[in-house]
Design a protein around this ligand. Structure first.
Ligand code: E4P
Length: 217
């Protein structure tokens, strides 16, 4: 399973990239606003830190406008994935861009039928938002399982990118279903390593080691 960081925070991305566990980054207009940085500038900086796909979202709602913005965005670096919303214009834009060899992340997916359309449009990634789905009383993970089944039925190459991840259980469930990628805020990625018994074990081992009076090296 690939891990993407859902952020435009350079310090967080740099820290995670240094672990060797980070495969890419997703941004959206809200995350860019939160960073307080210039969109094209911050995305270019992220694309230099992380060699994997870096999603950068267009904001136009019509196909022509999306294509105009995509032209600018995809020139930033070879590892840019143009992010488009799951609308008819977004799907049309996706088809055109992927036919051209550009990576596309179709975002704001909330139903299996929408994901089916993204697969047909040749999307590189489809982003079902599990957290926002849960928020309104639907089962975000059931959606991931449905999309996995549909994509496997028809051998779609589109990768399922589980988005709007709110806690480690979302990551666990997505991995059990076989989602290709998950994107999460850095704090949640770091939470995955935590276990009180690991901390307790380290503490115990170090206490006993101190009794030996030895050092390594
Ligand atoms: C995905 O690409 C989105 O940026 C993101 O996961 C949205 O998450 P949110 O629902 O926490 O805003």
């Amino acid at each position: 399973m690939k891990f993407f960081a859902d952020t435009a925070d350079i310090a967080d991305i740099t820290e995670l990239a240094a672990t060797g566990l980070l495969d890419g980054v997703t941004t959206n207009p809200s995350l860019i606003a939160k960073s307080g940085r210039d969109f094209l500038e911050v995305v270019a900086e992220i694309a230099k830190i992380v060699p994997g796909p870096v999603s950068a979202e267009v904001v136009a709602l019509d196909h022509e406008g999306m294509m105009r913005e995509a032209e600018i965005v995809r020139k930033i670096a070879d590892n840019i994935a143009v992010k488009v919303p799951l609308t008819l214009d977004g799907l049309k834009t996706c088809k055109k861009l992927t036919d051209d060899g550009t990576m596309v992340n179709v975002t704001l997916c909330f139903s299996a039928n929408q994901a089916l359309l993204a697969g047909k449009a040749g999307a590189t990634f489809v982003s079902p938002f599990v957290g926002r789905h849960d928020d309104i009383g639907f089962d975000g993970m059931a959606l991931i399982a449905d999309i996995r089944q549909i994509y496997d039925n028809y051998d779609f190459g589109t990768e399922i990118l589980v988005a709007s991840v709110r806690h480690p259980i979302h990551v666990l469930e997505a991995a059990k279903i076989g989602a290709d990628v998950m994107t999460a805020p850095p704090a949640i990625i770091k939470m995955l390593v935590n276990h009180p018994l690991t901390d307790k074990g380290i503490e115990g081992f170090l206490k006993d080691w101190a009794k030996t009076g030895q050092t390594i090296g």
